[in-house]
Design a protein around this ligand. Structure first.
Ligand SMILES: Cc1cc2nc3c(=O)[nH]c(=O)nc-3n(C[C@H](O)[C@H](O)[C@H](O)COP(=O)(O)OP(=O)(O)OC[C@H]3O[C@@H](n4cnc5c(N)ncnc54)[C@H](O)[C@@H]3O)c2cc1C
Length: 503
């Protein structure tokens, strides 16, 4: 009998599993695909207060998110880092006084100790003006943070497992029925098709955009529709500018988009906001969204963004709490936790909404509910606990990468930085005693070695080349087809689980 079954291995499910395991609850987390294969790897990848949400008076959410920026950066300085955003003032759109007021609140609502404050830029002399059309004379510059979203999820899962949680990927919760004060749950291995039954005292439904489906199909409890699915798409183009700062562009329709330096050689542009009714896992960018993003970015860049520049796109579905807002972009980004079940009945807590940025606070709120429902164990602990590999000073990334390069000179500077970014201090666990590149085994390309892939399979639940190339890393942007095929073959012939019977 587990204390808690968590349905869903996105940022919220993994964050809750980690917090709960660290407090001493016995936890099972079931994810039907790969960790972070849902919304949590399709985000804009910002740990941000959400400047735009101030226009919708979401002060509680913005304050919580602003404070969380530095908390998360401290706990994971390998995968999270500060970023400056340049917001050009555009004639006929939001007036300068309004932007200045918003940024004043942003700087002062709370939690900013290390991140530098807002500034004003003369775009005729500042390098940030170079890639833009000449009409933008003035801009504001403010701080937020960047995060590798998929790695944030897997590091939470890793830490949860290190603290005793059981993490099952490719495992779908297909049915859960109440048996007095506990749940009887059927799990299905989505690759072999085998099923098994477990029992749990409480269920957390962290299925993101699938939350209502889990309620209706697996749990069969009388809950009404709460989630509003809002699609958001991004395009990735070859690097449009060399400045390390990102851009925040206002559009004529009142929306905004970001253009962000991405994976060294690229620029990430997004996002869109439109209601969605299909299967959440099948969301794909439409022609209309592609045109919208190209046109919106081309309003600002000297060199227009064309369809032909696009090297990759992705699309995800926000599981927003349905607050009845008329436009998708106005629906609240705050989260709501709703418990279900009367006295003596096994409890269920559903999650609606939320941001990557606020996942840790959401987990703490969830733990308060859990304590009230099944009894208290340990107290809150995650605010000051580094995530795996993040146990170095908050501003110490460069030193950490230099140290790795000193200890493993054969990695070369790019390689050491790449590994420090992904794994922080945990890179040592697979670099071990290696004296030269040959000690790391087969090389798949762009610095990806057998030692790294084995680590991802043993410690991070990677089971396919896609898991490795698009979620544990973003090397999918760099590897050629034949290199992907070699990786695919290596994983297929090495994996302990899911090796096809014929081989
Ligand atoms: C375009 C876009 C941009 C965004 N940008 C940002 C941003 O910059 N910053 C920010 O803070 N937030 C951002 N967000 C919001 C953020 O990404 C989401 O709020 C967050 O990822 C939701 O996480 P989750 O864990 O609730 O859901 P998910 O990540 O979707 O996880 C739910 C998981 O449940 C699993 N599941 C479903 N049903 C079952 C079942 N029956 N059994 C087992 N598993 C199941 C799914 O496979 C899935 O992996 C953005 C979202 C989008 C779409």
């Amino acid at each position: 009998m587990y204390d808690i079954l968590v349905i869903g291995g996105g940022v919220n499910g993994c964050g809750i599993a980690r917090d709960a395991a660290g407090r001493g609850y016995s936890v099972l987390l079931a994810e039907m695909n790969d960790l972070a294969s849902g919304t949590s790897s399709w985000s804009t990848k910002l740990i941000h207060g959400g400047l735009r949400y101030l226009e919708h008076y979401e002060f509680r959410l913005v304050r919580e998110a602003l404070i969380e920026r530095e908390v998360l950066w401290r706990n994971a300085p390998h995968i999270i880092w500060p970023m400056r955003f340049v917001l050009p003032h555009a004639q006929g759109l939001r007036p300068a006084w309004l932007i200045r007021l918003g940024l004043f609140l942003y700087d002062n609502l709370g939690g900013r100790r290390l991140l530098p404050p807002t500034g004003t830029l003369d775009m005729r002399s500042d390098p940030a003006g170079l890639p833009l059309k000449p009409g933008f004379a003035k801009a504001f510059e403010y701080s937020d943070c960047w995060v590798d979203d998929a790695r944030l999820v897997v590091l939470n899962a890793r830490d949860a497992a290190d603290r005793g949680a059981e993490i099952l990927t490719r495992t779908k919760v297909v049915r859960a029925v109440r048996d007095g004060d506990h749940w009887r749950v059927t799990l299905r291995d989505t690759i072999s098709g085998e099923t098994r039954d477990i029992t749990a005292r409480l269920i957390v439904n962290a299925a993101g955009p699938w939350v209502d489906r889990v309620i209706a199909d697996a749990l069969n409890v009388p809950e009404k529709h709460h989630v509003r699915l809002v699609q958001g798409s991004h395009i990735v183009v070859r690097r449009k500018f060399s400045d390390p700062r990102a851009y925040f562009f206002q559009n004529r329709d009142g929306r905004i988009i970001f253009a962000i330096p991405y994976e060294t050689d690229f620029t990430l542009i997004g996002t869109t906001d439109r209601d969605y009714t299909g299967e959440p896992g099948s969301a794909a960018i439409s022609q209309e969204e592609t045109d919208y993003l190209c046109a919106a970015a081309s309003e600002y860049f000297r060199e227009p963004v064309r369809r032909g520049d696009i090297v990759w796109t992705y699309s995800g579905v926000r599981p927003l709490y349905d607050d009845g807002a008329s436009k998708a972009q106005e629906a609240t980004r705050d989260y709501v936790l709703k418990s279900e079940g009367g006295p003596g009945q096994a409890p269920l807590v559903n999650i609606f909404g939320g941001k990557i940025t606020t996942y840790r606070r959401l987990a703490e709120s969830m733990l308060q509910k859990i304590e009230a429902l099944i009894g208290r164990k340990g107290s809150a602990w995650t605010a000051t606990a580094p995530l795996p590999g993040g146990d170095f000073p908050v501003e110490g990334f460069d030193k950490e990468a230099d140290r790795l390069l000193r200890d493993y000179p054969f990695l070369a500077s790019n390689g050491a930085r790449r590994l420090s970014r992904l794994y922080g201090t945990r890179a040592l666990s697979f670099l071990g005693n290696a004296n030269d590149a040959a000690d790391l085994g087969q090389v798949f390309g762009h610095g990806l070695t057998e030692a790294e892939v084995r680590y991802l399979m043993d410690q991070e639940w990677a089971l396919t080349a896609e898991d490795v190339l698009w979620r544990r890393t973003k090397l999918g942007l760099h590897l050629e087809e034949r290199q992907v095929a070699a990786l695919e073959y290596f994983i297929r012939t090495t994996a302990k689980r899911y090796r096809p019977a014929a081989e």
